[in-house]
Design a protein around this ligand. Structure first.
Ligand code: KG4
Ligand code: ZN
Length: 331
């Protein structure tokens, strides 16, 4: 009998459901919530309500696309942490209700581990040890992955995440939320060496992005005093220069981590791994350092249930189940 798992992701502002059969993804539906754009960031209360509206149709489509019904399922998985608690509650309650009604085992997945596991969805897959740079809206981590369920965080941000650095810069530039993809777009037509922003001097493998944010704020204030149209006249170069600095902060630490651990199987994960500049920088570093570089498909970089399903598959094989008394956790 095959292992058919339904996985649900609802940690932030994407409602997603995926079906994995015997370790292969058969469907991955994602409902993006556009309601937050007008507020310049995710509004937790609105996110929970939108999850509540989206979850039934999204699960329905995921099952249909995979060609199965709920009666063919072997287990149900969901994102337990971290995330917005009201958002996590919708996915976890739904998964628990399904597990109870269908008498199925329940699997709880940690969202950041699942981002790393996005690298194991398509072939070729990394071998272990695998070193992953996980960069999302809330986290920035260097993860040493010694097995599918064995992850060790060896570097992390001390303040803002890389995605926040992109989003907060975009806000200062008057761009809508989430600004990361827009900075990426404008950066492609800009000169990355036109403006320089200083690199923080943090020991070890940890990161810091809050100084960069302040640096950009002062840089813009100074230049706007001289030229009120400074941003619109230089948007592409500003975006390219900021992106260049964020990428160099990430890559310098990641190269250090790879040299220290001796890892040659490396990859990226999380929303910011959709960034075209970071993808290029990772491939270029791979050529120089002799790495085999893994980069997930775009749909598996930002939040999605396929990565939850992939993690759940290995948890199923390891017999890692949770009871119906499980509760989600924001951290
Ligand atoms: O992993 P994700 O979808 O959600 C979290 O778990 O946080 O990451 C979202 C983050 C946002 O900060 C967004 O601006 C950023 O990923 N992002 C990008 C790009 N696409 C998404 N940042 C830079 N360039 C992109 N192309
Ligand atoms: Zn995420």
């Amino acid at each position: 009998m095959s292992i058919n798992i339904l996985a649900i992701e609802s940690s932030c502002d994407e409602t997603s459901a995926a079906v994995i059969k015997d370790g292969k993804i058969y469907s991955n539906f994602i409902a993006n919530q556009t309601v937050h754009e007008q507020y310049g960031g995710v509004v937790p209360e609105l996110a929970s309500r939108a999850h509540q509206e989206n979850i039934v149709p999204v699960v329905d489509q995921a099952l249909k696309k995979a060609g199965i019904t709920q009666n063919d399922l072997t287990a149900v998985a969901f994102t337990q942490s971290p995330g917005l608690i009201g958002s996590l509650l919708v996915g976890s309650c739904f998964a628990k209700a399904m597990a109870l009604a269908l008498d199925l085992p329940l699997i709880a997945v940690q969202h950041m581990d699942a981002h790393v596991m996005a690298n194991f969805i398509d072939d070729p897959q990394p071998t272990f040890p695998f070193l992953c740079l996980t960069v999302s809206g809330g986290h920035t981590q260097i993860v040493l992955c010694k097995g599918h369920l064995h992850m060790e965080i060896i570097g992390k941000t001390l303040d803002d995440a890389a995605g926040e650095a992109f989003d907060k810069t975009a806000k200062l530039l008057g761009l809508p939320y989430p600004g990361g993809p827009l900075i990426d777009k404008y950066a492609q037509q800009g000169n990355p060496h036109r403006f320089t922003f200083s690199e923080p001097q943090i020991p070890g493998l940890d990161f810091s992005f809050s100084g960069l944010k302040t640096g950009i704020l002062y840089f813009l204030q100074d230049n706007l005093k001289k030229d009120p149209r400074f941003i619109e006249n230089n948007l592409h170069d500003i975006c390219a220069s900021v992106q260049e600095r964020i990428i160099s902060i990430l890559m310098n630490k990641f190269i250090k981590a790879a040299r220290e651990t001796g890892a040659t199987q490396v990859g990226i994960a999380g929303g910011v791994s959709a960034n075209s500049g970071l993808r290029k920088a990772m491939l270029a570093a791979g050529e120089r350092e002799g790495w085999q570089v893994f980069i997930p498909k775009f749909e598996y970089c930002t939040d999605n249930a396929a990565m939850i399903a992939m993690t759940a598959h290995y948890k199923y094989l390891a017999g890692e189940f949770v009871g119906l008394d499980v509760v989600p956790s924001p951290r």
